[in-house]
Design a binder for this molecule. Structure first.
Ligand code: BDP
Length: 326
Protein backbone atom coordinates (compact mmCIF):
# COMPACT_ATOMS: atom_id res chain seq x y z
CA UNK A 1 0.00 0.00 0.00
CA UNK A 2 2.65 2.40 1.12
CA UNK A 3 4.78 1.50 -1.88
CA UNK A 4 1.93 2.10 -4.31
CA UNK A 5 1.23 5.51 -2.83
CA UNK A 6 4.88 6.41 -3.06
CA UNK A 7 4.98 5.35 -6.72
CA UNK A 8 1.90 7.42 -7.51
CA UNK A 9 3.45 10.43 -5.84
CA UNK A 10 6.66 10.02 -7.83
CA UNK A 11 4.73 9.70 -11.11
CA UNK A 12 2.68 12.78 -10.29
CA UNK A 13 5.80 14.73 -9.41
CA UNK A 14 7.58 13.76 -12.62
CA UNK A 15 4.51 14.66 -14.70
CA UNK A 16 4.56 18.11 -13.19
CA UNK A 17 8.27 18.34 -13.89
CA UNK A 18 7.70 17.46 -17.56
CA UNK A 19 4.88 19.98 -17.89
CA UNK A 20 7.01 22.60 -16.22
CA UNK A 21 9.88 21.94 -18.62
CA UNK A 22 7.61 22.13 -21.64
CA UNK A 23 6.50 25.60 -20.68
CA UNK A 24 10.00 26.80 -19.82
CA UNK A 25 12.58 28.18 -22.18
CA UNK A 26 15.16 25.72 -23.44
CA UNK A 27 18.67 26.37 -24.67
CA UNK A 28 20.15 24.35 -27.51
CA UNK A 29 23.86 23.80 -27.90
CA UNK A 30 24.92 24.29 -31.50
CA UNK A 31 28.04 22.96 -33.22
CA UNK A 32 29.86 24.90 -35.92
CA UNK A 33 33.26 23.91 -37.27
CA UNK A 34 34.10 27.31 -38.76
CA UNK A 35 35.75 30.38 -37.30
CA UNK A 36 35.04 34.09 -37.43
CA UNK A 37 35.17 35.35 -41.02
CA UNK A 38 33.59 32.23 -42.57
CA UNK A 39 30.10 32.75 -44.06
CA UNK A 40 28.64 29.85 -42.07
CA UNK A 41 29.74 31.35 -38.77
CA UNK A 42 27.76 34.52 -39.49
CA UNK A 43 24.83 32.41 -40.70
CA UNK A 44 24.79 30.32 -37.52
CA UNK A 45 24.85 33.47 -35.40
CA UNK A 46 21.93 34.76 -37.45
CA UNK A 47 20.13 31.42 -36.97
CA UNK A 48 20.49 31.80 -33.19
CA UNK A 49 19.08 35.35 -33.29
CA UNK A 50 16.18 34.30 -35.48
CA UNK A 51 15.28 31.30 -33.31
CA UNK A 52 15.16 33.45 -30.19
CA UNK A 53 13.07 36.01 -32.04
CA UNK A 54 10.61 33.72 -33.72
CA UNK A 55 10.04 31.47 -30.69
CA UNK A 56 9.64 34.48 -28.42
CA UNK A 57 12.59 33.21 -26.38
CA UNK A 58 11.12 29.75 -25.79
CA UNK A 59 14.08 28.27 -27.63
CA UNK A 60 17.50 29.88 -27.55
CA UNK A 61 20.61 28.64 -29.30
CA UNK A 62 24.15 28.82 -27.97
CA UNK A 63 26.53 28.47 -30.90
CA UNK A 64 30.00 27.02 -30.27
CA UNK A 65 32.21 27.99 -33.19
CA UNK A 66 35.58 26.67 -34.32
CA UNK A 67 34.69 23.00 -33.76
CA UNK A 68 35.28 23.31 -30.01
CA UNK A 69 32.55 20.74 -29.33
CA UNK A 70 34.46 18.11 -31.30
CA UNK A 71 35.36 16.89 -34.77
CA UNK A 72 32.60 16.65 -37.33
CA UNK A 73 32.13 12.85 -37.23
CA UNK A 74 31.96 13.03 -33.42
CA UNK A 75 29.56 15.94 -33.45
CA UNK A 76 27.25 14.09 -35.85
CA UNK A 77 27.07 11.24 -33.35
CA UNK A 78 26.49 13.70 -30.52
CA UNK A 79 23.53 15.23 -32.36
CA UNK A 80 22.10 11.79 -33.04
CA UNK A 81 22.13 10.94 -29.34
CA UNK A 82 21.05 14.42 -28.28
CA UNK A 83 24.23 15.49 -26.49
CA UNK A 84 24.49 18.37 -28.98
CA UNK A 85 21.15 19.73 -30.20
CA UNK A 86 21.83 21.31 -33.55
CA UNK A 87 24.61 22.22 -35.97
CA UNK A 88 25.79 23.18 -39.42
CA UNK A 89 26.89 19.88 -40.95
CA UNK A 90 28.38 18.89 -44.25
CA UNK A 91 26.61 15.90 -45.76
CA UNK A 92 29.93 14.21 -46.58
CA UNK A 93 30.56 12.75 -43.11
CA UNK A 94 26.83 11.96 -42.72
CA UNK A 95 26.98 9.54 -45.66
CA UNK A 96 28.68 6.72 -43.73
CA UNK A 97 25.78 6.78 -41.23
CA UNK A 98 22.85 7.55 -43.50
CA UNK A 99 23.17 5.69 -46.75
CA UNK A 100 20.74 7.93 -48.67
CA UNK A 101 22.78 11.02 -47.79
CA UNK A 102 25.69 9.54 -49.74
CA UNK A 103 24.02 10.51 -53.00
CA UNK A 104 25.68 13.93 -52.73
CA UNK A 105 29.14 12.45 -52.18
CA UNK A 106 29.32 10.86 -55.60
CA UNK A 107 31.84 12.94 -57.57
CA UNK A 108 30.26 15.06 -60.34
CA UNK A 109 26.72 13.95 -59.42
CA UNK A 110 25.58 17.59 -59.71
CA UNK A 111 26.09 19.82 -62.73
CA UNK A 112 26.19 22.98 -60.64
CA UNK A 113 25.16 24.39 -57.26
CA UNK A 114 21.70 25.44 -58.56
CA UNK A 115 21.27 21.89 -59.92
CA UNK A 116 22.15 20.51 -56.48
CA UNK A 117 19.46 22.67 -54.87
CA UNK A 118 16.90 21.57 -57.46
CA UNK A 119 17.65 17.94 -56.61
CA UNK A 120 17.41 18.65 -52.88
CA UNK A 121 14.10 20.42 -53.35
CA UNK A 122 12.67 17.40 -55.19
CA UNK A 123 11.96 13.79 -54.36
CA UNK A 124 15.62 12.87 -53.78
CA UNK A 125 15.92 15.58 -51.13
CA UNK A 126 12.77 14.30 -49.42
CA UNK A 127 14.11 10.76 -49.32
CA UNK A 128 17.46 11.93 -47.94
CA UNK A 129 15.85 14.21 -45.37
CA UNK A 130 13.53 11.47 -44.13
CA UNK A 131 16.39 8.98 -43.79
CA UNK A 132 18.50 11.50 -41.90
CA UNK A 133 15.61 12.32 -39.55
CA UNK A 134 15.12 8.60 -38.98
CA UNK A 135 18.79 8.37 -37.99
CA UNK A 136 18.30 11.16 -35.44
CA UNK A 137 19.81 14.05 -37.39
CA UNK A 138 17.04 16.00 -39.09
CA UNK A 139 17.78 18.63 -41.75
CA UNK A 140 15.63 21.74 -41.30
CA UNK A 141 17.39 23.78 -44.02
CA UNK A 142 19.91 23.11 -46.79
CA UNK A 143 22.83 25.44 -47.22
CA UNK A 144 25.48 26.10 -49.84
CA UNK A 145 29.04 24.81 -49.70
CA UNK A 146 29.98 25.55 -53.29
CA UNK A 147 32.28 23.12 -55.08
CA UNK A 148 35.40 21.42 -53.77
CA UNK A 149 38.65 21.52 -55.75
CA UNK A 150 42.17 20.20 -55.22
CA UNK A 151 45.07 22.15 -53.78
CA UNK A 152 48.68 21.10 -53.40
CA UNK A 153 52.22 22.28 -54.09
CA UNK A 154 51.58 21.94 -57.82
CA UNK A 155 48.69 22.36 -60.24
CA UNK A 156 46.35 19.39 -60.63
CA UNK A 157 44.98 19.63 -64.14
CA UNK A 158 44.35 15.98 -64.95
CA UNK A 159 43.73 12.84 -62.88
CA UNK A 160 47.31 11.81 -63.69
CA UNK A 161 48.52 14.77 -61.61
CA UNK A 162 46.98 13.13 -58.53
CA UNK A 163 48.97 9.94 -59.07
CA UNK A 164 51.26 9.19 -56.15
CA UNK A 165 50.02 12.16 -54.09
CA UNK A 166 48.73 11.72 -50.58
CA UNK A 167 45.48 13.65 -50.47
CA UNK A 168 43.49 14.42 -47.34
CA UNK A 169 39.77 13.70 -47.63
CA UNK A 170 36.80 13.90 -45.27
CA UNK A 171 35.61 10.71 -43.58
CA UNK A 172 33.74 8.79 -46.26
CA UNK A 173 34.72 5.71 -48.27
CA UNK A 174 33.48 7.37 -51.45
CA UNK A 175 36.25 9.95 -51.14
CA UNK A 176 38.92 7.33 -50.58
CA UNK A 177 37.68 5.51 -53.70
CA UNK A 178 37.72 8.81 -55.58
CA UNK A 179 41.40 9.44 -54.81
CA UNK A 180 42.39 5.81 -55.38
CA UNK A 181 40.66 5.84 -58.77
CA UNK A 182 43.18 8.51 -59.84
CA UNK A 183 46.15 6.62 -58.44
CA UNK A 184 46.51 8.83 -55.37
CA UNK A 185 46.75 7.82 -51.71
CA UNK A 186 43.70 8.97 -49.77
CA UNK A 187 44.15 10.10 -46.20
CA UNK A 188 40.92 10.62 -44.22
CA UNK A 189 41.57 13.15 -41.48
CA UNK A 190 39.73 15.59 -39.23
CA UNK A 191 39.49 19.13 -40.60
CA UNK A 192 41.35 20.58 -37.61
CA UNK A 193 44.47 18.56 -38.43
CA UNK A 194 44.76 19.39 -42.11
CA UNK A 195 46.76 22.60 -41.98
CA UNK A 196 49.53 21.03 -39.94
CA UNK A 197 49.50 17.91 -42.11
CA UNK A 198 49.94 20.04 -45.24
CA UNK A 199 52.64 22.09 -43.60
CA UNK A 200 54.72 19.15 -42.47
CA UNK A 201 54.17 17.17 -45.67
CA UNK A 202 52.18 14.42 -43.94
CA UNK A 203 49.82 14.97 -46.88
CA UNK A 204 50.64 16.50 -50.27
CA UNK A 205 47.28 18.06 -50.86
CA UNK A 206 43.65 18.35 -49.93
CA UNK A 207 40.40 19.54 -51.43
CA UNK A 208 37.86 22.11 -50.35
CA UNK A 209 35.94 25.22 -51.38
CA UNK A 210 37.51 28.70 -51.39
CA UNK A 211 36.05 29.99 -48.09
CA UNK A 212 37.29 26.98 -46.11
CA UNK A 213 40.63 26.90 -47.98
CA UNK A 214 41.16 30.44 -46.83
CA UNK A 215 39.54 30.55 -43.40
CA UNK A 216 41.72 27.87 -41.80
CA UNK A 217 44.92 28.92 -43.53
CA UNK A 218 45.38 26.03 -45.92
CA UNK A 219 46.40 28.61 -48.52
CA UNK A 220 49.35 29.53 -46.32
CA UNK A 221 50.86 26.08 -46.68
CA UNK A 222 50.10 25.26 -50.34
CA UNK A 223 50.83 27.01 -53.62
CA UNK A 224 48.25 25.87 -56.21
CA UNK A 225 44.46 25.61 -56.24
CA UNK A 226 43.05 23.83 -59.31
CA UNK A 227 39.38 24.19 -60.20
CA UNK A 228 38.45 20.52 -60.59
CA UNK A 229 35.12 21.12 -58.80
CA UNK A 230 34.76 17.38 -58.40
CA UNK A 231 32.37 17.48 -55.45
CA UNK A 232 29.39 19.74 -54.84
CA UNK A 233 28.27 18.72 -51.38
CA UNK A 234 25.42 20.51 -49.65
CA UNK A 235 25.33 21.28 -45.96
CA UNK A 236 22.44 21.45 -43.56
CA UNK A 237 21.24 23.00 -40.42
CA UNK A 238 20.46 19.72 -38.71
CA UNK A 239 18.78 19.16 -35.38
CA UNK A 240 18.36 16.17 -33.07
CA UNK A 241 15.10 14.67 -34.32
CA UNK A 242 13.56 13.92 -30.91
CA UNK A 243 14.38 17.40 -29.63
CA UNK A 244 12.67 18.98 -32.62
CA UNK A 245 9.64 16.71 -32.46
CA UNK A 246 9.18 17.43 -28.76
CA UNK A 247 8.41 21.06 -29.62
CA UNK A 248 4.82 22.20 -30.11
CA UNK A 249 3.76 22.60 -33.75
CA UNK A 250 4.04 26.37 -33.48
CA UNK A 251 7.54 26.18 -32.11
CA UNK A 252 8.57 23.68 -34.78
CA UNK A 253 7.32 26.07 -37.45
CA UNK A 254 9.18 28.96 -35.81
CA UNK A 255 12.49 27.05 -35.65
CA UNK A 256 12.09 25.85 -39.23
CA UNK A 257 11.36 29.39 -40.42
CA UNK A 258 14.46 30.61 -38.59
CA UNK A 259 16.59 27.93 -40.26
CA UNK A 260 15.20 28.72 -43.70
CA UNK A 261 15.82 32.44 -43.29
CA UNK A 262 19.33 31.82 -41.99
CA UNK A 263 19.95 29.51 -44.96
CA UNK A 264 18.92 32.20 -47.44
CA UNK A 265 21.22 34.63 -45.68
CA UNK A 266 24.01 32.03 -45.81
CA UNK A 267 23.59 31.62 -49.56
CA UNK A 268 24.04 35.36 -50.06
CA UNK A 269 27.07 35.44 -47.81
CA UNK A 270 28.44 32.38 -49.56
CA UNK A 271 28.38 33.97 -53.01
CA UNK A 272 30.19 37.07 -51.80
CA UNK A 273 32.49 35.13 -49.46
CA UNK A 274 33.62 32.76 -52.20
CA UNK A 275 34.62 35.61 -54.51
CA UNK A 276 36.37 37.38 -51.67
CA UNK A 277 38.23 34.28 -50.50
CA UNK A 278 39.40 33.57 -54.03
CA UNK A 279 40.64 37.14 -54.44
CA UNK A 280 42.38 37.00 -51.05
CA UNK A 281 44.23 33.75 -51.69
CA UNK A 282 45.26 34.91 -55.16
CA UNK A 283 46.55 38.14 -53.65
CA UNK A 284 48.52 35.99 -51.20
CA UNK A 285 50.20 34.21 -54.11
CA UNK A 286 48.07 31.10 -54.70
CA UNK A 287 48.04 30.13 -58.37
CA UNK A 288 44.46 29.31 -59.37
CA UNK A 289 44.18 27.07 -62.41
CA UNK A 290 40.99 26.77 -64.46
CA UNK A 291 40.40 23.32 -65.90
CA UNK A 292 38.70 23.75 -69.26
CA UNK A 293 37.95 20.07 -69.76
CA UNK A 294 36.88 18.12 -66.69
CA UNK A 295 36.09 15.09 -68.87
CA UNK A 296 39.16 13.09 -67.80
CA UNK A 297 38.27 13.57 -64.11
CA UNK A 298 34.68 12.52 -64.81
CA UNK A 299 35.85 9.49 -66.76
CA UNK A 300 38.13 8.43 -63.92
CA UNK A 301 35.10 8.44 -61.60
CA UNK A 302 33.37 5.73 -63.63
CA UNK A 303 35.09 3.12 -61.46
CA UNK A 304 33.85 4.84 -58.28
CA UNK A 305 30.22 4.71 -59.44
CA UNK A 306 30.54 1.13 -60.61
CA UNK A 307 32.01 -0.12 -57.37
CA UNK A 308 29.57 1.91 -55.26
CA UNK A 309 26.45 0.80 -57.12
CA UNK A 310 27.58 -2.82 -57.11
CA UNK A 311 27.65 -2.71 -53.31
CA UNK A 312 24.62 -0.40 -52.98
CA UNK A 313 22.26 -1.34 -55.82
CA UNK A 314 19.36 0.28 -53.94
CA UNK A 315 21.01 3.69 -54.47
CA UNK A 316 20.62 3.44 -58.25
CA UNK A 317 17.13 4.97 -58.13
CA UNK A 318 18.32 8.10 -56.30
CA UNK A 319 21.30 8.44 -58.64
CA UNK A 320 18.92 8.21 -61.58
CA UNK A 321 16.66 10.92 -60.09
CA UNK A 322 19.62 13.25 -59.54
CA UNK A 323 21.04 12.67 -62.99
CA UNK A 324 17.71 13.15 -64.73
CA UNK A 325 16.82 16.33 -62.80
CA UNK A 326 17.18 19.31 -65.14
C1 BDP B 1 34.29 22.48 -45.13
C2 BDP B 1 32.97 22.11 -44.53
C3 BDP B 1 33.17 21.45 -43.19
C4 BDP B 1 34.09 20.29 -43.31
C5 BDP B 1 35.37 20.71 -43.99
C6 BDP B 1 36.32 19.53 -44.19
O1 BDP B 1 32.15 23.25 -44.41
O2 BDP B 1 31.93 21.02 -42.68
O3 BDP B 1 34.40 19.75 -42.07
O4 BDP B 1 35.10 21.32 -45.24
O5 BDP B 1 36.93 19.44 -45.25
O6 BDP B 1 34.11 23.04 -46.40
O7 BDP B 1 36.43 18.72 -43.27
Amino acid sequence: MMLKKLTTTIVAASTIAVLATAATAETWRAWNIHNEGHPNTAAMDRFAELVADKTGGEVTVDVFHGGVLGSQPDAIEQVRIGAIDVGNFNLGPIGPIVKEANLVSLPFIFKSVPHMFRVLEGEAGDVMGAAMAEAGIMPIAWIDAGARSFYAQKAIETPADVEGLKIRVMNNDLYTSMISAMGGNPSPMAFAEVQQALKTGVVDGAENNFPSFKNVGHYEVTTHYSLSEHLIIPECICVNTAKFEALSEDMQAAVRAAAEEAALYQRELWAVGTEQARADVEAAGIVVTEIADKGPFQDAMGAVYEEYLAVNPDMAALVEIAQSTE
